[in-house]
Design a binder for this molecule. Structure first.
Ligand SMILES: Cc1cc2nc3c(=O)[nH]c(=O)nc-3n(C[C@H](O)[C@H](O)[C@H](O)COP(=O)(O)O)c2cc1C
Length: 193
């Protein structure tokens, strides 16, 4: 029988190999890029996400996965509402940077952003093809993230044009991921916290 220290080494090596296999496979998933916004009664805040998707047709159900570290997460917890802005493919990178690489925990990053109120929730209309508001009905705890799920209560289409996909953001705009993103581990090999 091997000494336990060796077994531990082998076990951790096996874990590493299987984690790499998972990360490699899930990095092939495709996504869009969106701004999810919410409020706490005193101020509005929004963050970049790639994890919005439609989960039911009628009534239309929407889900988003937010890292528990983000200010937007705490605002959605408090208000029970979030809006989604479907970003235009031509959205300038500095605009994306405000939502994806700055946190409202560190300062009022959205001071210069004009929010439109839709269904009682602030939504970012600039650089967006469509906006809609979701009332949270269910929450799923995923340790680092919470999946907020709910029904669309208000919606507006603002303009036509191609939406920003995650592939276009990475391959054409040369955009990076961020530690709170669900894709962080798959792209960097590090775990997100
Ligand atoms: C390409 C990209 C995708 C991201 N996707 C998500 C996501 O799906 N969920 C999430 O919680 N954070 C995601 N993030 C990270 C947040 O946008 C980032 O942590 C933001 O600064 C949080 O802002 P806040 O603290 O003001 O809410 C992503 C970041 C980038 C750059």
């Amino acid at each position: 029988m091997r000494p336990s220290v060796n077994r531990e080494l082998i076990m951790s090596e096996e874990k590493k190999i299987s984690l790499q296999a998972v990360q490699s496979a899930v990095s092939k998933l495709s996504y869009g890029l969106y701004i999810v916004s919410s409020f706490d009664g005193e101020r509005n805040n929004g963050q970049l996400v790639n994890t919005v998707f439609q989960v039911a047709a009628a009534p239309p159900g929407i889900a988003v996965s937010l890292n528990k570290n983000t200010l937007t997460h705490s605002f959605v917890e408090k208000s029970g509402l979030f809006s989604v802005s479907v970003l235009d493919r031509d959205t300038p990178m500095p605009f994306i940077g405000i939502f994806g690489f700055k946190s409202g925990h560190d300062g009022r990053k959205c001071e210069k952003i004009v929010f439109k109120t839709l269904g009682g929730c602030p939504a970012v209309a600039e650089n967006s093809l469509a906006i809609f508001t979701v009332r949270v009905g269910k929450k799923v705890d995923m340790d680092t993230h919470t999946i907020f799920i709910g029904a669309v209560t208000a919606a507006e289409t603002l303009k036509d044009g191609p939406p920003l996909t995650y592939a276009y953001y990475k391959d054409v705009k040369r955009g990076k991921t961020q530690k709170n993103a669900t894709t962080y581990a798959a792209e960097t090999g590090e775990e997100n916290a």
